[in-house]
Design a protein around this ligand. Sequence first.
Ligand SMILES: Nc1ncnc2c1ncn2[C@@H]1O[C@H](COP(=O)(O)OP(=O)(O)OP(=O)(O)O)[C@@H](O)[C@H]1O
Length: 461
Amino acid sequence: MTNDTWGRVRDELFKAVGKNNYVTWIEPLKLADLSGGIARIEVPNSFMGDWVSRNFGDQIRSLLNKSGEEVDRLEFHVSATRPVQAARLADPAAMASPKKPARTAMNGRGSEDADLPGAPLDGRFTFDSFVVGKPNELAHAAARRVAEGGAVTFNPLFLYGGVGLGKTHLMHAIAHELQLRQPEARVLYLSAEQFMYRFVQALREKQIMDFKELFRSVDVLMVDDVQFIAGKDSTQEEFFHTFNALVDQHKQIVISADRAPGEIKDLEERIKSRLQCGLVVDLHPTDYELRLGILQTKAEGYRQQYAGLQLAPGVLEFLAHRITTNVRVLEGALTRLFAFASLVGREITLDLAQDCLADILRHSDRRVTIEEIQRKVAEHYNIRLSDMIGPKRVRTIARPRQIAMHLCKHMTTRSLPEIGRRFGGRDHTTIMHGIRKIDELRAGDSQLAEDLELLRRLISA
Ligand SMILES: Nc1ncnc2c1ncn2[C@@H]1O[C@H](COP(=O)(O)OP(=O)(O)OP(=O)(O)O)[C@@H](O)[C@H]1O
């Protein structure tokens, strides 16, 4: 195989994969050897090897074969000689002596940390104070796994979800836990905005090498709200290099965003693909049980703080039912309620809650209608809307109908008789039966549970 042949193969790949893909994935490849039907290709890091193998492997092999070589298999090896700059950054001995020692990059490391690039950790955001329920159990388990330290199993851990669902809380909890378990570990938590700010500052002050060295010398890097760097070209570029350097050194990265990597607009494709390479976990909107759990935990704390204050039964259930927006609002409501009750020296009752939280409750009032739910569920299961309220009892229709009943109960404030009337004049006991049936089924049927959650989101979107 001559260099010319490899050159031609690369030219063909350029045409086939387009400029961007070519520059990111193909250009850095080096054909090191071709013998015994195996093409050995050198790549700068293992991530790249995996990606190229999965996405372009077949194309490369077939182009090599077309050019007259007999290639059965491609093997990717991380090249021993790293690019000059990367080697310099990865090897402390070869580093230009940094102005600030690397450990100043870490959170919670005493007074020398005055100018840390990291954000301070909130002492309340620990695993102990995080209430686990169905919607967040996977995110919680993955965060726990990362917090145990040890060998990196997935990189990055990518947490995403809507506003106030606990992403920041989990990231801080990881940092706290790591500091306890491995006090020497260099854990850096910051928002993507702070990352950009530090980067721009380093550029301005001509300290870019310090910046690079600092970020590449951490053991765990956590970047919150990464969607912020979308559309900010040089920050994205720097983030990409930082990310790669850390992954190559098997350092853990944890990222959060308000949506899945593939859905972040104006984020470079190569960054999206890197973000998708580890474990991508969705924090689902809270369900009633989780909201109640969070309220109970918080209320317990307040009971100690406001000793003697009475909390009437049913108040927490009422709040969990009515405030469905996000946990931050839920917490805010409870805080206000306890503060108000303690000021006026009254028991916290439903009436007091309704008075004191009127604005929040009004804002959280669901405007979801029974008709809307019926329509969305019918669309989802591809059945006719008329069948939703009609008499047919075949399972393909009856089950979606029961799901719609279930959602009506939980997403509107309508009573069972009223729901019954809107389902073709059914009796309220039929509605109750339908709701119970779905509750029973979803406990053992994960597909059904997922459908319910998805529909809930579609409906409340
Ligand atoms: N499962 C939970 N248990 C206890 N508290 C929670 C839970 N989920 C969220 N919270 C609390 O809700 C508030 C908002 O959470 P957090 O700041 O982590 O949200 P976020 O997902 O990062 O939101 P944003 O997108 O606004 O950054 C915090 O006070 C947090 O402690």
